[in-house]
Design a protein around this ligand. Sequence first.
Ligand code: NAP
Length: 243
Amino acid sequence: MDTVLITGASRGIGRETAILFARSGYNVLANYNNSKAQAEELLSILRSEGLSIEIFKADVSNRGEVDAMVDFCASRFGRIDVLVNNAGVSEIKVFGDISERDWDRVVDVNLKGVFNCCQAVLPYMLRQKRGRIINVSSIWGLTGASCEVHYSAAKAGVIGLTRALAKELGPSNINVNCVAPGIIETEMNSGLGEDVCMALREETPLMRFGTAQDVARTILFLASDSASFYTGQVLSPNGGFVI
Ligand code: NAP
């Protein structure tokens, strides 16, 4: 049975990804940071279906906590086949108002978190001579978003990290790919006003926001045998918002 470690799995896209992988027969290590109650609820739902899941609290921007999480995953399930770097935070602020602290928090979670988790799982994947790493970026990492410069920079960094690491790890049979979702209905967008939402829907050729399941299915595809010849690629479920 393959094992997947999913960061930021207490809510939104990460939660749906954990459900989809567990129901597809994976052992799932679902990471959370602040949302303990939601993580425990996910654990009990999937356990009640007889599925294989553990939860683990760790801040992905903290290397010591990431190392402890990866060690727990390997000792509990014996292997780590897939890493999904999904944990993220966003913030809407005009550029001049972004403090050094804001910058560090957004870059540390969205980009350094990916570095921390990739480096921590690598010894296990190298030993197994196979692995899949799937990083969650954003369309804003492709196009840039006004009033989200720190978020856009971090997500663009995730794409650069993906491409470089894919080249380095390809010879070790480890595929590294990226998912860059469009606007997805999760708590991350709960602060957007109805007028903004309407304008964004109108700008989207498919005339709707994406669901967390839309993204989870793309992630599951990249982990599957059907995607064995994909590496260093960016797949963007975005309803045609970016073409
Ligand atoms: P969300 O509903 O706000 O969920 C964010 C998740 O990340 C939560 O599970 C949260 O866990 C976790 N997280 C945040 N900081 C963390 C940290 N320091 N360590 C570990 N986990 C942490 O957001 P979402 O929409 O599902 O976003 C998931 C990913 O998709 C993010 O990388 C986001 O940037 C990306 N994305 C989202 C959209 C969108 O429109 N929603 C579009 C493009 C890309 P806790 O609550 O337990 O702390």
